[in-house]
Ligand binder design. Sequence first.
Ligand SMILES: *Cc1c(COP(=O)(O)O)cnc(C)c1O
Length: 244
Amino acid sequence: MECSVRQRGHRLQQSTMATTVAQNLALVRERIARVAEKVGRAASDITLIGVTKYVGESQAAALLAAGCSDLGESRPQQLWDRAGSKHCTGDVRWHLIGHLQRNKIARTLPLAYCLQSVDSLRLLTAINTEATKQSLTARVLLEVNCSGDAEKHGFTPQAIVELAPKLNEFSAIDVTGLMTMAARGGDLAVAAGNFAALRKLRDKHLPDLPELSMGMTGDFEVAIAEGATIVRVGSALWEGVERG
Ligand SMILES: *Cc1c(COP(=O)(O)O)cnc(C)c1O
């Protein structure tokens, strides 16, 4: 008896959580649509990555069930666990958005739809070697440090300029775009400047790359105004949701 009451309580909690997640997702999509319209872009040209690094598996599954099928994880190990989990199956694309250690490439490659955080030539080279070995093509974004923060990972803009003409030498890699994060502690004007810098770098040196992944909870609207095609949103999706 006591057990069934508790189970019912748990189920209620789960359905409340799922409702909150679905509402948060709807709000974020609405904000994306509003800013897209304002700047004359189609909301359908902007992919929302739901960042699940803060929450448990049932919350991630609720986001997926609510219709967010692009999910992002920062840590390779957590991506492996979730991509292999029975809760998060179906039509899901996993994006790695945090640093990838070279000894984790082999296991990450077949599970990730896109490696958004390729931050060095050494890593790019190692991914190409492993993808060749596994007979697959790795979809990759190059992470660029546009803010000059010393603690941030990423290519310098100058390194991208030098790499651009050599990208076709990486035969097992499909570089689809660039990714960046705004300066830590900067305001929205600073973020807008960082995002504009990424767009200009792409336009000038890699005009064939379609994707610009930029913008998180605090700055995705200015990122869209500056041309983001991918936004990576975590916190706004988990407001009022217990994170366990
Ligand atoms: C955590 C993280 C995000 C999401 O950040 P929020 O501010 O919670 O939306 C986006 N991108 C990267 C690279 C992250 O590590």
